[in-house]
Design a protein around this ligand. Sequence first.
Ligand code: PXL
Length: 277
Amino acid sequence: MKRILTIQDISCVGKCSLTVALPIISAFGIETAVLPTAVLSTHTAFSGFTFRDLTDDIDPIAEHWKKEKISFDAMYTGYLGSFKQLEIVSKIFDDFKTDNGLVLVDPVMGDNGKLYTGFTQEFADAMAKLCQKADVIVPNLTEASFMLREPFVASGYDEEYIKSTLKKLCKLGAKKSVLTGVNFGDGKLGVYGYDSQTNEYFSYFREHLPKSFHGTGDVFASALLGGLTIGKNLQNALEIAVDFTVESIAATIKNANHNWYGVDFESAFPYLINRIK
Ligand code: PXL
């Protein structure tokens, strides 16, 4: 069985980061090891959340794994909370990277043109450095604009703009870049990818649903890595991940009692399992 390591926070309530990555990657039939970077009572869109930083525990955990000769077929980082964590994670990539191992960095930092609480431009610069070590990065347009130090363009852009942004993202050092939340104003929303090694572009769009929810980036990234790890090519893995995310959002909208803070990806598992079997 393939084994993935995912490094991100536990937001106890909020349907994001580890509470999303663990079930979704497991659903692909992949063993999912976790390295929690912090424990929050909720994600940061709630007010008054608690935050227990686990930075000091990360090195001893990694050292133990080294002694046990534990290895991973892929490593995946999401929300990281401090400069020190970026440094430690960068070292973990070096220490645990194998010849065929895949490193996916989701530079979780913001959305809709704004950084989440606690992040700064300097953090985005440091995250851009971590992206050098990634095989695949999956920023949204907000995260891309901060990492490239370019103005955020909310709408009205064209395909050439997206393609040149993807090339610039790969120049940060990642082999493949995928931009999420791409919208050419035609009622569709999707993702656009670029492989700098083959000079190929990839894209996949679905109908733009009327509501957006927290945590969909984590749902998408987890499903993308699941698909890549079970051997799907980038185009197929993007399609599976987008479709699963859309199914999750549609299930949430259909549930009249849905919460405001995350998507009902759990309701879309039958779809996912059927899709990948
Ligand atoms: O979904 C990304 C995410 C992960 N972890 C924490 C967050 C967020 C988004 O706000 O606050 C703690």
